[in-house]
Ligand binder design. Structure first.
Ligand code: XUL
Length: 515
């Protein structure tokens, strides 16, 4: 048996998934939820409490405790761990981990009788890790943008963005120069977790590296002007950058305690979105993907590099080669949960009554729901923005209208702000909210596209397992995707919905522009 293990170190959990390409089956999986399983770290939703609502940081030692526990749980499923031939994985994008000079020796000498968190704690030069939800670095963004100019976007794929790693590193350098000084390596979440597996510092891959405002996508190397604008001596602190298909190293003997074979290849980790691109079978251009998770994302493989004229979207590396586009909406599941709770209904209500009322957007009643600072469009001051009739703006409308309007606001924003990527005839949806028939129908209508659901429990972890199989057994991505990520059903646009939807999108486009 030849199995492949994919891991996903995400905002709220660490997941593991084992595939058997010969049978086309996911043979085992396990999950560790930070809030439920590791409450001692004080990160119930994967974020440390902070009085500043713009600051969002997490605890790297908690991620390590979760790695130990997720592998222990995987072994407890009874899966034959010795049949795992290779490993790869994905991490929440943009988050960064800061390690001191002791890290080389500590990573190389991991002792299986002690936990990862205990052993690696002395290697941290910064206790917390800023993550993708952070939006505290506006000043640093402006400084970097002023120093580098417009080529920051055209060469790195994005303008300076608050959650991106470069502005985060600059803020660390400005607020704790001594901590920055004694930092020997700065990793992304993906390259950090990969480093732990191989017992030495791993490279960063092009996919995740592109989310840093530091990688020149045209040369495939760190950009000297961006490095200089970020912090002194930064090149020496960053790992090298390599294609996601490269082998990072051999599995550290530490992991034999979970029945894994020391020395098996570990393939470079990438970001969760690039990994999902593979995991949902969208590695080739032509198919767009909407992932409805903690954040909602819209992404697609790109035939050629192209940047967002509005400056909201990004270009990352496609782990299959070339590029991918991505836009990220931070209020995704949060806004859906808030309106559901405020209306006192359950999720079934989204599929039934909320879809039966006439479109509020078509009647000029619009709502953009930002409960936390939003990424796309950039909105730093949270708040729910309403436009339309007095009754609508004051909230004196039935629950079904409130919910339908919230969903329309989300999906129409996504359509309006993804226009630069292109039009797609087929879209694949994944993530928790893709189970909702109402939401999927709305996506089909707003995008006037066929929407395919795929039965993949965790596309980022699956993408990791598929990448391990591709790199080691030379199984191409397309047949792997046919086996593991085939569509389970298609939802077509509602006949005759085109004009109504076009009016709705125009109204939202104007509303967003006014923000
Ligand atoms: C993408 C982004 C989020 C995180 C979620 O740019 O910030 O989707 O990757 O883990």
């Amino acid at each position: 048996m030849d199995y492949y293990l994919g891991l996903d170190s995400s905002t709220q959990s660490v997941k593991a998934l084992v595939i058997d390409p010969a049978s086309g089956k996911i043979v085992a999986s396990s999950l560790v939820n930070f809030g439920k399983d590791l409450p001692a770290y004080g990160c119930p939703e994967g974020v440390l409490a902070n009085p500043d609502p713009l600051v969002k940081q997490s605890a790297p030692l908690m991620w390590l405790a979760a790695l130990d526990l997720v592998l222990q749980r995987l072994q407890q499923t009874g899966v034959s761990m010795k049949d795992i031939r290779a490993i790869s994985g994905a991490g929440q994008q943009h988050g960064s981990v800061y390690l001191n000079a002791k890290s080389d020796g500590i990573l190389a000498g991991l002792n299986p009788t002690r936990s990862l968190a205990d052993q690696i704690a002395p290697a941290l030069s910064r206790q917390s890790a800023p993550i993708w939800m952070d939006s505290s670095t506006s000043a640093e963004c402006r400084e970097i943008e002023t120093a580098v100019g417009p080529r920051l976007q055209t060469d790195t794929g994005s303008p300076a963005i608050e959650r991106f790693t470069g502005p985060q590193i600059r803020r660390f350098f400005k607020t704790d120069a001594a901590g920055y000084d004694c930092t020997h390596r700065i990793h992304l979440v993906s390259s950090f977790m990969c480093s732990v597996l191989i017992g030495k510092h791993a490279p960063i891959d092009f996919g995740d590296g592109a989310g840093m405002n530091l990688l020149n996508l045209k040369t495939g190397d760190w950009d000297d002007a961006a490095l200089a604008a970020t912090a002194p001596g930064l090149r020496a602190k960053l790992p090298p950058v390599r294609p996601a298909t490269d082998k990072a190293g051999d599995l550290s003997p530490y992991f034999a305690k979970y029945g894994l074979t020391p020395g098996i290849p570990v393939i470079l980790w990438t970001g969760d979105n690039p990994s999902s691109l593979i995991g949902v079978g969208a590695a080739e251009p032509g198919l767009a993907v909407i992932s409805l998770g903690t954040s909602d994302t819209f992404f697609a493989a790109m035939p050629a590099m192209k940047t967002d004229p509005n400056g909201c979207g990004h270009v990352f590396g496609n782990p299959a080669g070339g590029f991918m586009s991505l836009i990220c909406f931070k209020n995704g599941s949060l806004a859906r949960e808030r309106v559901k709770d405020a209306c006192g209904v359950d999720w079934d209500f989204f599929d039934g009554p909320a879809m039966e009322v006439p479109s509020p957007g078509d009647e000029g009643n619009l709502v953009l729901s930002y409960y936390v600072p939003e990424i796309t469009p950039p909105v730093l001051t949270p708040g729910v923005r309403r436009r339309g009739s007095k009754a609508f703006c004051e909230g004196h409308v039935p629950a079904a209208v409130k919910i339908r309007a919230t969903l329309e606001g989300q999906v129409c924003s996504m359509r309006a702000l993804s226009q630069w990527i292109g039009d797609f005839k087929t879209i694949r949806v994944t993530g928790g909210a893709s189970r909702s028939n109402g939401i999927v129908q709305l996506i089909a209508d707003v995008f006037q596209a066929d929407v395919q659901r795929i039965a993949v429990p965790d596309s980022a972890a699956l993408g990791g397992a598929m990448r391990a199989a591709q790199a080691v057994a030379a199984i191409p991505f397309t047949p792997l995707a046919d086996k593991f990520a085939s569509a389970t059903g298609v939802v077509h646009p509602t006949p005759g919905s085109q004009d109504r939807i076009a009016r709705c999108i125009n109204a939202y486009t104007k509303f967003i522009r006014e923000l």
